[in-house]
Structure formats: structure tokens, C-alpha cells
Design a protein around this ligand. Structure first.
Ligand code: FAD
Length: 491
């Protein structure tokens, strides 16, 4: 039995902790916050409750898998339902599109409202499905840092399809060719933002993402997104994982090119192996001597961040669903400002998530909990106080215009999260939501492996390493880290 130290109780840290405890290891998780979940946590404001970060839940079977591995029935501890409709899209032109869970109904709705032929929408969906079926078994479920991945059945299935996998054109170019209608292109270009990237730079291969939401489905956990964290935290405790909250790890202790343990603000602990769920850049810069840093990976451009206004709204809006998008008039300019100017466009695309539509306890009667988010650059020393002030004014103007309301007078409570507070609460480098951005064709290969090439008993999980950010991929990063631990640690 090995004694394992895990830095961080994010969803990836919980994933690797549960898997390790099931194997019979002694597992200790050190978490700087007083609570588990990292980005997947919650905020309370007056009588309102908000999920703090993620709001879209896909691939729920990856959460279920952890219970099944532990010999438990997931439905005894964690429930969710498939969402229908998935999302409502609002354009400045007055166009409104509803994303129904049934793909053909969704395609029919787009065709009817935009004149893009139904068969073209279905063609795009099928291409996205082919991308997923070809690439997910390789890039999501396996480590691309293992030679045998490239000799696997899944790899030989993918090789003949490489010309169709769209590494060489951008997502926007591909969607332009497929749909030829600005509003529909914008709808599908938005999936680049799901890993903090720019549709005008990211390869069209990332059209894979839309398949998760539109075909494999979007889900609503009973109790809100926080139910995922609560269920996994309780499972970890049942499996004997030891949690040390309010303990920030300050150093990974090394000796003779081996990790010996960790030092926290409260003491030193010896471990046979350590797993970092801390952002990869901050792990190297803050916890390890410079000698071990893979500088090329650390210096890759970072993903976007988010600015969120958690608003308690003393009114209900029947025209809104759980997930709502109010699109910018000029998407190209929005991304130019985001990635080139490192600033915020005056007409940003706004995402409003209202969980009180299905969890009535999240807001008082007759009211709604608005998680109102825009994409913003990661922190590079901008004047955030001013940017947040300006963005708030622009958001309010846009919401008033598109929903014909006066939202400011309906805001009862307000909390704000910006790139600075995201980094402070989760140690994500510069507040970037997904580690490195995917704005080039090699991005998948420019993520850190789930192990250290210099220290054989140091492992990595989380949204900043392979296979990437988002809840499903972070959970999978825990699985891949554990697979490397099985190979590299004594049984
Ligand atoms: P984190 O959640 O960042 O957890 C890391 C943990 O490690 C934190 O608790 C931190 O306190 C702790 N830690 C770090 N350093 C130390 C240290 N030195 N000592 C002790 N503890 C430490 N994903 C989706 O799937 N769907 C969405 O809709 C979605 N929307 C998002 C919206 C926002 C606003 C944000 C912020 C994220 C969103 N994501 C979404 C991404 C998703 O939340 C993350 O990819 C995922 O939760 C990352 O989990 P993680 O375990 O890698 O890291």
C-alpha cells in the first residue's frame, strides 16, 4: 500500500483520490479552501444560491463510473435528468433559436428560422459525431503521452480519417462553409469558448465539442451542479480518503530526483507519491524548484477567463430557459478584443444560467438566480476594476435591449467573480479557466502529461493538463493519472 498525497480537492483531485482509495492506498487530500470542489462549488447571496462555476453537465456516466468502481449504485447518491430544451439563443436581429434535445427537431428549428437547409445542419451534426467517435477514444480516454496509444486499435481507426479531421482549417472556416449564414455560424462557433479558445484560430477539429451537448446530451443534476461535488466528496470519505481543509501546499519536497512529500502552511508530510490537482503552471512556479520546469509548456498562450455577475433577480422571465445566450452583434470583433487586445468588447455575448427554473429552492418565490457570464481575457495586469465597471454597464444595456426590461432595478443581490478572484479561489494561473488555450492545431499535444518526466513519483490531474478542461475531461485526467500510478508505483 502506498501513501498518496493529493494537492487540491477539485473534481479531478476527487477523481484520483477515489480511484486510489478503491485500490487500497492511504490517501490524503490537501485543500487550500475550507470546502471541496474548486471551481465546482457554490455561492450563497441573501436568499439566493448559485453554482459558482460550471453550469453545463455532460457525460454524466463519468461520475457514475466512480460509484460503480466503488461497488455502489450511483442512483443511491446522485441523480440527474436530461435537459430539454438545452439552450435558448437570442440575437440582436430579434431571431430566437431553441436548441431542443432532439437533434432533428433542433435542426428543423434552425432550418425553419434561418433558411439554412435541414440537411446542412444534419451534415454538420454528423461530422461532429464522426470527430467524436474517431478522436474521443484516443485523445480523451487514453494518454497521448504513451507510445502504445499510437499503436492502438483506436489509432489505426483514426489514421485513414486524418484528412477529414480538419486540423488545418479553423472552426470558423469550417462552419462558414457548412452553413453560410452568420447567425448559424455564430451558434456553432461558440463551442470554441467551451475550452476558452477563439473560433477564428482554433482548429475545426474542436467541432467535436458540440456533439457532447447536442447529441450525447446536457444534464441537470438534482440539487444543482454542486451536487456533483457533494456526491464525490461523500464517496471519497466513505472510501476512507483523509481530507485536510484550509491547508495550502507550499512546496513539493524532493530528494535525489524523487518526491518525498509536501510542505503545507501547517507542517511537512511524507508520501510515496504526490498528485497535483493544482494548475500546472502554478505547480511548477510555486511548489517546485525551477530545475524541473518544462518551460515550453508553461509559456504556451492561456485560455480565456470569465467575468460573472451572480444576480438575485426579483422577477421571473418566462421567455428564458435554464441556459440562455444573448449573442454579440460582431463576433469577430469580440474575439479580436478578447485574444488580441486582451480586453472586453462593448457588445459581449452574454450567457445567463438560471437554475431556479428547475431547482425552485435556489431563489425566493417569484424570483430567479441569474448566473450572468461573459468571456474575458485571462489576467495580464489589466485594470480590472475599470473593466468590470464598464462591462457591467454594457451587460445591463444589452439585456435591457434584448429582453425589453430594466434589469438594474430588478437586481436584489449581487456577487462578482473576475479573473483575479478566480485565481485567488482556485490557484488557476492568471484566472485562465482551462489552462493553455487551444488556438492552434498542436494544442492537444501542448498539454502537460499526467505524470512528471523528471520526478517518477509525481503525477498531474486537472483541467490544465491532458486531456483538458471541463468537468468530464478533468474527471478523466484523474483516471489517466491513476493509470500511470499503477504503472510506475510499486503495487
Ligand atoms: P479546480 O476546480 O480548479 O480545483 C483545484 C483545487 O485545488 C481548488 O480547490 C484549489 O483550491 C486547490 N488547490 C490549488 N492549489 C493548491 C495548493 N497549493 N494547496 C492546496 N490546494 C490547492 N466545465 C464544464 O464541464 N461545464 C461548464 O459549464 C463549465 N463552465 C465553467 C464556468 C466557469 C466560470 C469556470 C470557472 C469553469 C467552468 N468549467 C466548466 C470548467 C470546470 O469547472 C473545470 O475545468 C473543472 O472544474 C476543473 O477541475 P479541477 O479539478 O481541474 O480544478
Amino acid at each position: 500500500m502506498n501513501k498518496i498525497g493529493i494537492i487540491g480537492a477539485g473534481v479531478a483531485g476527487l477523481s484520483v483520490a477515489i480511484r486510489s482509495a478503491i485500490k487500497g492506498e492511504e490517501v490524503h487530500v490537501f485543500e487550500a479552501n475550507a470546502y471541496p470542489g474548486g471551481k465546482l462549488s457554490e455561492i450563497k447571496s441573501g436568499e439566493y444560491r448559485f453554482d459558482a462555476g460550471p453550469s453545463l453537465f455532460t457525460l454524466p456516466e463519468l461520475v457514475d463510473e466512480l460509484f460503480e468502481l466503488a461497488g455502489e449504485n450511483p442512483r443511491d447518491h446522485f441523480e440527474y435528468s436530461r435537459m430539454d430544451p438545452i439552450c435558448k439563443y437570442f440575437y440582436e436581429s430579434g431571431l430566437e433559436i431553441t436548441a431542443h434535445a432532439d437533434v432533428e427537431k433542433f435542426a428543423g428549428e434552425i432550418a425553419q428560422k434561418t433558411k439554412v437547409p435541414f440537411r446542412q445542419i444534419m451534415k454538420g451534426m454528423k461530422k461532429s459525431q464522426e470527430l467524436y467517435e474517431t478522436l474521443a477514444p484516443l485523445f480523451m480516454y487514453k494518454s497521448i503521452h504513451k507510445a502504445k496509444t499510437y499503436w492502438s486499435r483506436e489509432a489505426f481507426n483514426a489514421y485513414p480519417k486524418v484528412p477529414r479531421l480538419n486540423f488545418l482549417r479553423t472552426m470558423h472556416q469550417e462552419n462558414q462553409q457548412l452553413y453560410g449564414n452568420e447567425e448559424v455560424i455564430q451558434l456553432f462557433d461558440r463551442y470554441a469558448t467551451y475550452n476558452g479558445s477563439d473560433p477564428y484560430q482554433t482548429p475545426a477539429t474542436l467541432n467535436i465539442i458540440q456533439h457532447l451537448e447536442h447529441q450525447l446530451g446536457a444534464y441537470a443534476p438534482k440539487g444543482g451542479m454542486i451536487a456533483i461535488t457533494k456526491a464525490l466528496f461523500e464517496l471519497a470519505k466513505r472510501k476512507g480518503v483523509h481530507f485536510h481543509f484550509n491547508q495550502r501546499v507550499e512546496e513539493i519536497l524532493t530528494e535525489d530526483k524523487l518526491v518525498k512529500g509536501i510542505a503545507t502552511d501547517q507542517g511537512q508530510y511524507k508520501f510515496d507519491a504526490v498528485v497535483s490537482n493544482m494548475d500546472m503552471v502554478n505547480t511548477y512556479r510555486k511548489l517546485l524548484p525551477q530545475a524541473y520546469a518544462p518551460k515550453f509548456l508553461l509559456n504556451q498562450p492561456k485560455s480565456s477567463s470569465a467575468l460573472i455577475f451572480y444576480w438575485g433577480i426579483k422577477k421571473q422571465f418566462p421567455q428564458l430557459g435554464v441556459h440562455n445566450i444573448l449573442f454579440s452583434k460582431n463576433y469577430r470583433e469580440e474575439f479580436r478584443q478578447l485574444f488580441d487586445q486582451k480586453s472586453i468588447f462593448e457588445d459581449p455575448t452574454i450567457y445567463i444560467c438560471i437554475t431556479s427554473k428547475y431547482e425552485s429552492e435556489d431563489a425566493p418565490k417569484g424570483c430567479e438566480n441569474w448566473f450572468t457570464m461573459i468571456n474575458v481575457p485571462h489576467n495580464q495586469g489589466q485594470d480590472w476594476d475599470q473593466l468590470v465597471r464598464e462591462a457591467r454597464t454594457h451587460l445591463i444595456q444589452k439585456i435591457n435591449r434584448q429582453l425589453r426590461t430594466n434589469i438594474e432595478e430588478l437586481i436584489e443581490t449581487e456577487e462578482i467573480l473576475d479573473p483575479r478572484s478566480i485565481e485567488a479561489k482556485t490557484s488557476s494561473f492568471a484566472g485562465a479557466l482551462y489552462g493553455n488555450s487551444s488556438n492552434n492545431m498542436f494544442a492537444a499535444f501542448l498539454r502537460h502529461a499526467n505524470y512528471s518526466s523528471k520526478l517518477p513519483n509525481l503525477f498531474f490531474c486537472g483541467g490544465s493538463v491532458h486531456p483538458g478542461g471541463g468537468i468530464p475531461l478533468s474527471i478523466l485526467s484523474g483516471k489517466l493519472a491513476r493509470e500511470f500510478m499503477d504503472e510506475k508505483l510499486p503495487a
